[in-house]
Ligand binder design. Structure first.
Ligand code: SF4
Length: 281
């Protein structure tokens, strides 16, 4: 029996930085506009320490410091928080902040912004909230459908990506846009962190009997890692915590365990311990 944990396991740079800051501030005074990460274990820890999570600004308790999470936030939401007199702890990942800057500057030059990503993802909603004329494109079919509208627009286009969008997928969409539109400026804003995790997983999925992806099913990064693993190794499972491990894993002789960008290293290690315990039974 052999069990290996990914060398990339643990929170990505942006989330690690955010979690460190939150715990150094003391979570008891903090109010989050939405979950800091798609990670129920982490969110429970923060709530147990006194942090509050709300869905909108109107629900922020008096005297709280409002946390802008790593995914970033729309410009008008940040302005409203300031207007209402709340202190802000801005934990937007610097890589996401850079995208906000790109789209704001491109729009001031008269360009239309195209964000390649999932329109329902909070990071994408945040990016779109830093410009006035933008479109979100989720896949080639979507790009094809929107092409007719794009051709009516003048001033050129600036194309950026959701950070956790797969680079290959991003490249196929921007190739399509470049072939079919004039004046397209492309900024590859995919995050290296996701690429490194995916590349390692692709390699290890060809070697190990069982692949375990640890992460929340709502996490885009986590679901994409699971799809990658399952496409190569049919014995792939997706769990958020050790208690979700299915029965019958003892029959596998080698296991590779990885975690998403929003999964803490300690959770990945706990999953490993549980699997090793099954073997030792
Ligand atoms: S995945 Fe990358 S861009 Fe997104 S929060 Fe983490 S480090 Fe930042």
């Amino acid at each position: 029996m052999f069990c290996k944990v990914s060398s990339c396991a643990g929170l990505c740079f942006g989330l690690f930085r955010a979690v460190e800051k939150v715990f150094s501030e003391g979570p008891e005074n903090l109010c989050f506009l939405g979950n800091l990460a798609h990670n129920q274990i982490l969110m429970q820890k923060l709530k147990d320490a006194g942090a509050v999570v709300v869905d909108d600004i109107a629900s922020v308790p008096k005297g709280s410091k409002v946390v802008i999470r790593a995914h970033g936030e729309k410009r008008d939401v940040i302005e409203n928080i300031k207007f209402l007199g709340f202190d802000i702890i801005d934990l937007t990942c610097p890589k996401v902040k850079f995208i906000h800057k790109i789209v704001s500057e491109a729009e001031s030059l008269g360009k239309t912004i195209i964000v390649i990503g999932d329109s329902k993802h909070p990071e994408v909603a945040g990016i779109v909230g830093w410009c006035h004329r933008s479109f979100v494109v989720g896949d080639i079919e979507d790009a094809f459908k929107k092409l007719r509208i794009f051709k009516l627009l003048s001033g050129g286009f600036c194309v950026v990506s959701q950070t956790t969008f797969g680079r290959k997928h991003f490249e196929s969409i921007f190739d399509f846009l470049k072939k079919n539109l004039k004046e397209v400026e492309v900024k590859d804003t995919t995050c290296q962190d996701s690429e490194i995790r995916r590349t390692e997983l692709e390699k290890e999925s060809q070697v190990y009997d069982l692949i375990v992806v640890v992460g929340n099913s709502l996490s885009s990064n986590s679901s994409k890692l699971f799809e990658t693993a399952r496409g190569i190794c049919k014995n792939s499972i997706h769990v958020e915590r050790p208690s979700e491990l299915p029965v019958g894993l003892k029959r596998y002789e080698s296991v590779f365990i990885t975690g998403s960008a929003s999964t803490m290293k300690e959770t990945v290690e706990e999953v490993k311990e549980s699997i090793l315990n099954l073997w030792n039974l």
